[in-house]
Structures are given as structure tokens and as C-alpha cells.
Design a protein around this ligand. Sequence first.
Ligand SMILES: [Mg+2]
Length: 389
Amino acid sequence: MGNSTGTIQSIEIRYLEAKLDKPFGWSQSWTTSRSIIIMKLTTSENYIGWGETYGSYNTCLEMKHLAEFVIGEDSHNINKINNKIFEKTFQSHGFAGASSFMSALDIALYDIRGKFMNEPISTLLGGSLKIDIPVYATGLYYLEGFPIKPHIDEALGYIEDGFTGMKMKVGGLSISDDAKRVNQTREAIGPNIRLMIDANEAYDKRTALEMSELVHENNLTWFEEPCPSRDFHSNRYVTDNSKIPISGGESLHTSLEFSRVISENVFDIIQPDICSVGGVSEMRKVGNMANSFGVKINPHYWGTGISFAAVLHCMSVQPILNNSQINSPYENQSVLEFDQTPHPIREELTDRFILKDSSVEVPKNPGLGIEINEEVLDKYLKGEIIHVK
Ligand SMILES: [Mg+2]
């Protein structure tokens, strides 16, 4: 054995279960068996470590993905491993589990119910208030070497396409370099196009505020995810102190997580994603709650035509916040993210949604109102089909 414990070489995960002769009860159910998940970890220096946790065999399947993250890591540096797991799972979209499953299931169930009733989902939700939903372009990611010319060309392309708003990435460079790019973007697109920035959780609260100070004169419509999404204290601090409205929440799950974010004014604008929040049902709860508390809701979108259709239906029944004679997108009407980045599956799985007047029409056909090209499912399949029956 060498000077260190070596790298993590293998992880065995076993689900063990033993039936009880005599069940015992508690508030939620009766315990009929005792079970445990046992982990055996082996390193390149032949150290063996044992661990255990709770859960089912399915938990083991979920743990398999996490085990893949840590294979090859230095087993001596526990901090680094924990930090990696934390980043991969708790922050951003990793903290998934049940609400990811619930989201997909709920969307599918609404699709079925709509088909059965021969009505679009918006009708099942009480009837649409709008036939089309204002959208903005999401793109303007960094390119290798951080060139500004293609970035500006992309921004101008969105205006040509008819978008009245767009969102660019920040947080990947120093705040001064990023601020320069924001200035250049605003200069190129002129004063009449909405511009938003998205840091994807890059900053601590002070740096976020510094960034906000550097760019606020560009008339930015919002500053998205300045701090890690579940760091409610830091996000609230930035919201309270920034001259730019602060948004976030794309990776939060269920109306329960949003209840605190909404009631405590963690963000000026919340951005639930129908694939994470819990599908149509939870999106509606969050939408109603946001209206009751006077918080704007501009949903996040990063999937295919399935979730885009689902969120269009939800937004068609979302009441306008603070009605007036003139109801304008961004001001009192919700706007929806319209991902413009490359996504071959999205491109092929359903028909494209047509942009008209910086809006997209809510599908009118029963259910989600879209057709799925099932050949695309085979084309992009990786690994085995998990078939539960
Ligand atoms: Mg975002």
C-alpha cells in the first residue's frame, strides 16, 4: 500500500431485504420487512471501505449514476468528492428524484386526458386566456475563445427572426470581461430589444451585486440565477440590493419549494421548469401562488416539443399580473423561454413551433396537441430501455 488511499476503483451497491415475521406499524404504513443498501468501495491501493444508506432497489439504480461521477477520484480527498456530488446533484438540475418522474408522468397523464376528452390541455385547465404566448430567444452562450463577433451576429440574427427579447450568458469570465460583452451586446441590438443575463449560479452575493452594478445601465430586464438556486439567503440579498430585477428557480422542485421562494421574495421573477417542478399540476399551483403574491412568472424551458407544448398550455391559462388597459409582455404578461440552441432531438421529435410577432401559438389539438415522431426515439436511444411492468 502506498502513501495515499488511492483512487476510487470500484463501487458495489447491494440492496438487502429481510421479511419480518410480525409487521409493526407507524403513521404512514406498516413495516413488513427491514432493508438496507450496503456499499463496498475499493480503491486502487486495495483499501476497502463499507457504507450504508436507506432506500429501495430503485435507489440503487439512482446511486449507480452518482457512483459513475466519483470513479477515478482521489479517495483521500473527501472534501473534493463531496463537493463534486453536491455540485452535480443538489445545485442546478441534478437534485431530481421523484419530482422529475412526477413531471414526466403528469405531462403524459394530461396528454392522455386531453386526448380522451378531445380537448387541448388548456381547455382542461379551465380555458385559455390567450391564444399565443410571448417568447424570448435563449442563446448567446460562450464560444471557444470567447469571440464577440459571432455572439453579436447571433444577437442580430434573433432580431431578424422577429424576437423582441433575448438572453445571454454571463459568469464564465471575470465580471469586468462579462460586463464588457453585455455592453457590446446592448450597443449592437439597440435600446428597444429586451436583454437579459443569466449567470447560472456563478456568483456569491457580493460578486453578484458587483456584477449588477457594472451592467445595470444597459437596461437589463432581469439578471438570472446570480447565486446557487437553493441559496435563498444570498439570492434574497441580491434581489433586495440589485437595481436589476433578479430571477431564478429553474431547478426548483414542486410548489413546496416555490412557496418559500415566492412568499419570502427571494426573486422578483420565478422561472419554474415544467420538467422539474412536477409537470402541469405543480406548474399551475406555482402559477396561482405567484399571482397571489404579485410575483412574476416567466418559465424556464430546455426540453423538446413535449414540454414546450405543456408549458404553452399552462401559460395560456396564467392570469395577467395586475391587469391594465395595455397588457405588455415583460411588464405584466409572462414571457416564456424559447431555446434557440442546437438540440437535434428537439428538432426531429415534433414539428417546430412557429415564431410570430415574438410569440408562439398554443397548440389547439387534443392533449398536448403535438405529434411525436417515434422513429426519433429509436434513433437516439442509448443503453437499455427500462421497461417496468
Ligand atoms: Mg437559466
